[in-house]
Each structure stands twice: as structure tokens, then as C-alpha cells.
Design a protein around this ligand. Sequence first.
Ligand SMILES: Cc1cc2nc3c(=O)[nH]c(=O)nc-3n(C[C@H](O)[C@H](O)[C@H](O)COP(=O)(O)O)c2cc1C
Length: 197
Amino acid sequence: MVKLLGIVGSPRKGGNTEIIMKEALKAGEQEGAETELIHLVDFSLKPCNGCRTCFETKNCVIEDDVEKIFEKMAGADGIIVGSPVYFYNTNAQTKTFIDRVGYLNSARGRKAFRNKIGGALAVAHRSGLSNALSQILMFLAATRMITAAPVVSSLASAKGDAIKDTPGLDDARELGKSIVQIAKATASLRELNCSNN
Ligand SMILES: Cc1cc2nc3c(=O)[nH]c(=O)nc-3n(C[C@H](O)[C@H](O)[C@H](O)COP(=O)(O)O)c2cc1C
């Protein structure tokens, strides 16, 4: 069964990023996937210190939950990264996640997420969506995932507003469905990847 993981970068639980992510995951379930949603704020995740020890040891010197997140991602076929826009880009939690998981993955030879299906989602009051989505899309590319469309933008400000953003909700549903369809069609690529590890 296809496993679809949604990673929510917002610290505001029940907020707009979570609402849009849940819509994508629900569509994925309707397409036959098993889904899980995680909030970055539930994990201890400190910023990368740039020491590059991971390139020698394949492990991070910072003692926190980075491996828990890495393992959850490694166990999924599809991964959606969702961030609220804070000052015209991803928020701090999402960028910290990108730096830590992304660099560790590079140090380990970029095999863990190769050919998984990635999706990008961002929510803003009005501006900065392109920057945030570009950041997430570059992370998906850097980790060698296959990017699914559409790239989801939602315009929402107060907690819960996302439920009124019909185009955002529609795109989220399309993304969830598309990821599962692509994951089913490309399963052999990920098996090949495992056997090469
Ligand atoms: C610190 C901070 C910075 C923000 N910066 C922007 C911004 O640059 N552009 C924008 O359109 N909205 C900005 N917002 C609004 C949020 O993107 C918006 O409220 C979004 O719906 C939050 O998603 P959430 O409910 O998942 O946390 C900012 C909000 C906060 C708290």
C-alpha cells in the first residue's frame, strides 16, 4: 500500500497549513493510500550548525529528533511538505527541517528519498508564496524526489480561513490524488533504489 506522509511546518495547530494538508491526505486516502500527518513543532529540531561532521560520520552531532523525521520520510512513498509564509518565505521550522534533513541526506549519498513522490504546499495571507514554494521544490529536487503537480497555494490569514479558499482546497485534493497515482506507477523505481542502497 502507498504510504503518504504530510509534514506541517506551522506551529499553529489546527491552522491553515494543517487544513490544506489534511485535504490533500484525504484525497490520497480515497486513492488507496495510508496517510500520516506530522507537525514539525512536535519534534525537537535545532538549526544546522554547519560543522559538516555528517559528511564524515553519516550522522548528525546535534542531539534532537532529526532521525525520527528522517525515518518517517524514509518509510513513505509520497511526502508533502507544507509551510505557512512568514516574511515572504517558509517559516523557521520548515527551513530548519529542510537544512537538517536535506544536509544529512546529502551526506548519506542522497539515496533515502530518491524517487519518492514529493508535493509542495504553502499558505499566505497575500504575498511570498512563490518564494516559499520554490524553497520547498528545491528541497524536493535536492533530495532527488519526483515532484508532483499541482504546487498548492492557499490564501488564508486568520486560523481556519483556508476552509474558504476553494481553489487551494481543490489543488490540495488534486495533489494528494496525483501523488498516490504516480507512486503506484513508479513503485519499481523505489524498489530498485532500495536494492542499490
Ligand atoms: C511571523 C509571521 C509572518 C508572516 N508573514 C507573512 C508574509 O510575509 N506574507 C503573507 O502573505 N502572510 C504572512 N503571514 C501570515 C500567514 O502566512 C498566514 O496567517 C497563514 O495562514 C498562517 O498559516 P497557519 O495557520 O498554518 O499558521 C505571517 C504570519 C506570521 C505569524
